[in-house]
Design a protein around this ligand. Sequence first.
Ligand SMILES: Cc1cc2nc3c(=O)[nH]c(=O)nc-3n(C[C@H](O)[C@H](O)[C@H](O)COP(=O)(O)OP(=O)(O)OC[C@H]3O[C@@H](n4cnc5c(N)ncnc54)[C@H](O)[C@@H]3O)c2cc1C
Ligand SMILES: NC(=O)c1ccc[n+]([C@@H]2O[C@H](COP(=O)([O-])OP(=O)(O)OC[C@H]3O[C@@H](n4cnc5c(N)ncnc54)[C@H](OP(=O)(O)O)[C@@H]3O)[C@@H](O)[C@H]2O)c1
Length: 384
Amino acid sequence: MSTETQTYSRNNPFVSTMLVNYVMTDKDSEKETRHIELALEPSMHYTPGDAVGILPTNRDGEVESVLQALGYTGTEQVLDFFKKPTDLRDALTTKLHIGKLTRGSVNAYAKVAPESTPGLDFLKSLAGQDNKSKAEEYVYGREFIDLAMEHPGGITDPQQLFTVLGRLTPRMYSIASAQAKNPGTVHTTVRVVRYHSHSRDRQGLCSGHLGERADEGVTMPIFLHANNNFRLPQDPATPVIMVGPGTGIAPFRAFLQQRQANGDRGKNWLFFGEQRRASDFLYQKEWDGMLADGTLTKLDTAFSRDQQKKIYVQDRMKENSAELFAWLESGAYFYVCGDASRMAKDVEQTLLDGIANGKACSPDAAQEYLNTMKKEKRYQLDVY
Ligand SMILES: Cc1cc2nc3c(=O)[nH]c(=O)nc-3n(C[C@H](O)[C@H](O)[C@H](O)COP(=O)(O)OP(=O)(O)OC[C@H]3O[C@@H](n4cnc5c(N)ncnc54)[C@H](O)[C@@H]3O)c2cc1C
Ligand SMILES: NC(=O)c1ccc[n+]([C@@H]2O[C@H](COP(=O)([O-])OP(=O)(O)OC[C@H]3O[C@@H](n4cnc5c(N)ncnc54)[C@H](OP(=O)(O)O)[C@@H]3O)[C@@H](O)[C@H]2O)c1
């Protein structure tokens, strides 16, 4: 990611109105993935490949629980991170990160807590690089409320919260629309994070906000964020191959809308994967339309849980290995978006295997071929 675009920025966000927000996944799905459309001002512009930053707030219920655990009413006066006066309720709602606990917060809490704090020795034992894994284990699945309840009395002055807790930060979402087709709006594809840990139901800060408190008409601060490392080829005739399982599909909806709007002649091949065809086939009708009008040349899907043995996007790449290599040889750009931890690595390995087979060359030579693609910006990733 490079610079933020134009007038509005992370520190000076645009207050946008939610225009569309619905669940795309079926009720039988294990996921809740939403399609979201937010209003833009005429001066705001983005390019397919960019992201939108959304600034969420903490839930009233969570704020109330923290106030209760700390023994405050919320009317206490504090100075925010910019030394601007506000009350504690506002600070806990819009400025302080009370979600997922960090090791830094635990260490800071242990430092400010009085000696009488229950379990203080344990908290102190989590400090330092040598105790990193023990501390990681403690913070996993916990939020600030757990720390405040399990070790009460640690905060003796509400201002200390600005030392203990981090700032409430925006979350980035790949833009799923092309402005050429959607003037005045920006679209995203968001999976709502929900889980249960340490006897409490939890939800992701921003995706939870979008999933529960962002009905149409609600306003949210947003900003556009340029990503010059994820761009369609300049030549409209260049073929593109896009691999986007799950919410990784988002920027490819933007790419395809852009190519459709331009009337570009280049071929487009999309690989999409999710758990089940019946409940998780994101934007299916749109792909059908794009196949029918020729925007999409090829669509390969991998529904991992529709059969006993998992099938992933890279399995579809393997099945189409010879054709995929032929596209690369004809100058195709190759894009991957979505899960960084496993999917992107597995897809890269499959791509390398496909190159080695296609060229009948060694793994080292295949790696060199991919390095050249990277240098030519023909291999681009947007993974998280
Ligand atoms: C460039 C970029 C583009 C992105 N594009 C998209 C996109 O298009 N769509 C999209 O949905 N997301 C996208 N993301 C991810 C997105 O920014 C957020 O990280 C995501 O929505 C979660 O944020 P949150 O505030 O809802 O959750 P947070 O409050 O940040 O909580 C998430 C954290 O909860 C913890 N957690 C989750 N599940 C469990 C569990 N079962 N047990 C214990 N702990 C758990 C994990 O530590 C996880 O990191 C993108 C990220 C980047 C950097
Ligand atoms: N930070 C956060 O909390 C947060 C929030 C939202 C999304 N995300 C991330 O966003 C990304 C997309 O999430 P998502 O739920 O939309 O989709 P996802 O988890 O990437 O799942 C999409 C499809 O990919 C499959 N898959 C799993 N492992 C794979 C692999 N190694 N190679 C190829 N495919 C694989 C899944 O199959 P199976 O599930 O059947 O194995 C599923 O069919 C992930 O990185 C996710 O962690 C993160």
